[in-house]
Ligand binder design. Structure first.
Ligand code: DAU
Length: 356
């Protein structure tokens, strides 16, 4: 069975991808994850005892670890999810973003390039390095602007977005300079089960369930394009198998919504599922708080390239995806309690203490 090295495979999107690959039984998986605050091995508990799944604790910025994993497991491809991803944290302390997203991607590229040089030609020809990135590299849109295409000029606005843009450029340069077999995907806002509750949707679900304030930045008019995580993972697998080397593919949910509409939809969902909740109507918990500095107003992805070339379409609508997500958080209290440790509590106090 072909093996894929998945980096950041204990994070939200990475672990969904690992579970999907093992469910389909097409690939073995080597998961290299540094186990930072947003990683969670509970996401992967169902893989215990799976002989085609290996976990290694380590960061992509550690060249020696990357080298030994590549040499020991001889993967047929790398899918790079490993990244610091939360915009608010990048505003609070950007240094880790540069270390992981820029230096880490560089080390991973460089070690993989050296590994590839030693492979027999047939294996080298089949090898792929897929870099998972974000639509935030394109900057922000106004109300009437066309959605981001793969040709939209990069204009990253937050330290997070700038660090991902730098990593995308490195990936592109490795292809141009060394003929390194790269693929890049730029996705819109993901949501679904197992997302760390610092991001909008899980934060609002958990706060609303517990009757806490729902902190909407600014006036809540900012727009995001919501993509269900499993739809995203299916797109990544397709790009890995059928994407054209050196190309970039945008992946979006074709689902633009204002933040206030998303929060209201979550509240309505909870009102319905929890008719006996003392916090109904949950929308009464909404509070408008100080805006994020440099807050991008709108993201929207034009995903016609991946639709036309690879035949991908998102399966979930926001309504079906949100319902699944809310139910997952309600039914997985053990997971929820496990992440509400000291670090999460400290972040929430630091981030929202002065805002609300
Ligand atoms: O577009 C893809 C990107 O989406 C990913 O690359 C990033 O990793 C991911 O964090 C996300 O960035 P956003 O900044 O759009 O996601 P976040 O969930 O932090 O916020 C979504 C929107 O909700 C944004 O306009 C800010 C707003 N927001 C967020 C939080 C956490 C609030 O109004 N209140 C909040 O408490």
């Amino acid at each position: 069975m072909k093996k894929v090295l998945v980096t950041g495979g204990a994070g939200f999107i990475g672990s969904s991808f690992v579970l999907m690959l093992r469910k389909n039984r097409k690939y073995g998986v080597v998961n290299l994850d540094c186990l930072n605050y947003a990683s969670n091995l509970m996401n992967l508990e169902s893989l215990e005892g799976d002989p085609h799944y290996h976990f290694i604790k380590g960061g992509i910025e550690d060249a020696a670890v990357v080298r030994s994993v590549l040499e020991r497991h001889r993967p047929a491809g790398v899918v790079n999810f490993a990244a610091e991803t939360h915009v608010d944290r990048s505003i609070d302390s950007p240094d880790g973003f540069i270390r992981t997203n820029v230096m880490g991607t560089f080390q991973l590229l460089e070690e993989t390039r050296l590994y590839l040089e030693k492979l027999p030609a047939a294996e080298r020809d089949e090898f792929r390095f897929l870099h998972v990135s974000t639509d935030e590299v394109y900057g922000t849109l106004g109300p009437g602007d066309p959605a981001f295409t793969e040709k939209t000029r990069f204009a990253p606005n937050s330290p997070y977005a700038a660090s991902k843009a730098a990593s995308d450029h490195l990936v592109r340069a490795y292809h141009h300079t060394y003929g390194f077999p790269v693929l890049t995907t730029n996705c819109s806002n993901n949501y679904g089960p197992m997302q760390f509750p610092e991001k909008l949707i899980p934060l609002m679900v958990l706060n609303a369930m517990e009757g806490k304030a729902l902190p909407v930045y600014g006036d809540g008019s900012n727009i995001r394009d919501w993509l269900y995580v499993e739809d995203h993972c299916e797109a990544i697998e397709l790009v890995l198998e059928k994407g054209r080397v050196g190309e970039t593919y945008n992946i979006g949910g074709r689902c633009e919504r204002a933040n206030l509409d998303i929060v209201t939809a979550i509240c309505n969902c909870l009102d319905e599922i929890l008719p006996g909740s003392p916090f109904r109507p949950h929308r009464s918990l909404i509070e408008f708080v100080k805006d994020r500095p440099g807050h991008d107003w709108r993201y929207a992805i034009d995903c016609s390239k991946i639709e036309a070339e690879l035949g991908w379409r998102p399966r979930e609508t926001l309504e079906t995806g949100l319902l699944k997500t809310v139910k997952w958080y309600l039914n997985n209290r053990k997971w929820v309690e496990s992440i509400k440790s000291g670090e999460y509590k400290q972040w929430i106090e630091r981030q929202y203490g002065a805002r609300v």
